[in-house]
Design a protein around this ligand. Structure first.
Ligand code: FAD
Length: 268
C-alpha cells in the first residue's frame, strides 16, 4: 500500500485527523476539493481561540501544520473508491492511490435555492449560532420552519416568520423578501434552513449503513468515527449534519486515534 491512510476531504475534520496521524508518524495523503461548507462566510465563529478568523485561513494554517509533519495534501477530487485485497484503491483525476485505511471527511452540500445563493453566508444563513450575534437586535425574517422563530428571538425581538419566499431583492444593500402575492418585507437578514445532502456517495457504494436524522439519512458511525465497513471511517458533516467547525475537528481527531489503534492491532 502506498499510504497507511488516505483522507478524503481537507476541511476541519479531515485536516484535524491528518494532523494527529502525521504526528503519530503515519503516512497520510489528504485529497481535498477545497470547497468547505462555510467558504461563503467571511468569518468563522465559535471556534475557541479563533473566533472571527476567516474559514479559509483556518484551513490554510491547518494545511501548513499537516505538511510540517510530512503529510501530503493534494488539491483534487476523488472520482471513485474500491475495496481491494488488503485495503482500498482511491481514484483521483489522473492516478489511483492505495491505502490501508480510509477516512471520509467530505462534508455536506447546502442545497440553497439559486435566488438566495449570492447572499448565503452573508445576510442569508441557517445557523444563528454562527451568524446571529452579528445581526443582533436587527430586523430578521425566518423563512420556512416556524420552530426556528423561538431560537432566533434570542438574538432579536424583531423577528417575522414567513412560510415561503418567492424571491429576494436588494435595496441600498439591504434585503427585501418578496412573498407570493408581491408582499415585500425589508430585512437585515434572512434565516433559512436549506435542505442538506451529505457527500456520501462513495461511502454508500462501499456499503456503509445509514441512520435517520432530523434532516434525512446520514452514514452511521460509532463515537470514534467507525462506519459499518471495516477500515472505513467518517468524521464531520458527512456523518453529522449538526457538527460545527470545532466539533468536526474534534471528530476528526477521534477518528484519527481510532485509525491509529486499528493499524496497530492489525500489526502495522
Ligand atoms: C454559510 C455557513 C457559515 C458557517 N459558519 C460557521 C461558523 O461560523 N462556525 C462554525 O462552527 N460552523 C459554521 N458553519 C458550519 C461549518 O461549515 C461546518 O461545521 C464545517 O464546514 C464542517 O467541516 P467538515 O470538515 O466536516 O466539512 P467541510 O468543511 O465542508 O470540508 C469538506 C471538504 O471535503 C472536500 N470534498 C468533498 N468531496 C470530495 C471529494 N470527492 N474529493 C476530495 N475532496 C472532497 C470539500 O471540497 C471540502 O473541502 C457554517 C456553515 C455555513 C453553510
Amino acid at each position: 500500500m502506498e499510504h497507511e491512510v488516505v483522507i478524503i476531504g481537507g476541511g476541519a475534520a479531515g485536516l484535524s485527523a491528518a494532523l494527529m496521524l502525521t504526528r503519530a508518524r503515519r503516512s497520510v495523503l489528504v485529497v481535498d476539493g477545497a470547497e468547505p461548507r462555510n467558504k461563503p462566510a467571511a468569518h468563522m465563529h465559535n471556534y475557541l481561540s479563533r473566533d472571527g478568523l476567516s474559514p479559509l485561513d483556518l484551513l490554510k494554517h491547518g494545511r501548513a501544520e499537516v505538511e510540517g509533519y510530512g503529510g501530503e495534501i493534494v488539491n483534487d477530487t476523488v472520482r471513485g473508491v474500491t475495496k481491494i485485497d488488503d485495503g482500498f484503491a482511491v481514484e483521483l483525476t489522473d492516478r489511483v492511490v492505495t491505502a490501508k485505511r480510509l477516512l471520509f471527511a467530505t462534508g455536506l452540500v447546502d442545497e440553497v435555492p439559486d435566488f438566495l445563493r449570492d447572499r448565503w453566508g452573508r445576510d442569508v444563513f441557517s445557523c444563528p449560532y454562527c451568524h446571529g450575534y452579528e445581526v443582533r437586535d436587527q430586523k430578521l425574517v425566518v423563512f420556512g420552519e416556524e420552530t426556528k422563530v423561538a431560537l432566533v428571538r434570542q438574538w432579536s425581538d424583531d423577528v417575522t416568520h414567513v412560510p415561503s419566499v418567492d424571491g429576494i431583492e436588494v435595496e441600498d444593500d439591504r434585503l427585501v423578501a418578496v412573498l407570493s402575492g408581491s408582499q415585500r418585507i425589508p430585512a437585515d437578514a434572512l434565516v433559512y434552513s436549506a435542505p442538506v445532502k451529505p457527500r456520501d456517495e462513495f461511502l454508500l457504494a462501499l456499503g456503509a449503513e445509514t441512520e435517520e436524522t432530523p434532516v434525512g439519512p446520514f452514514v452511521r458511525t460509532d463515537a470514534k468515527g467507525r462506519t459499518s465497513v471495516p477500515g472505513v471511517y467518517a468524521a464531520g458533516n458527512v456523518t453529522d449534519p449538526m457538527a460545527i467547525v470545532i466539533v468536526a475537528a474534534a471528530q476528526g481527531a477521534q477518528a484519527a486515534g481510532m485509525i491509529n489503534m486499528d493499524l496497530i492491532t492489525a500489526g502495522t
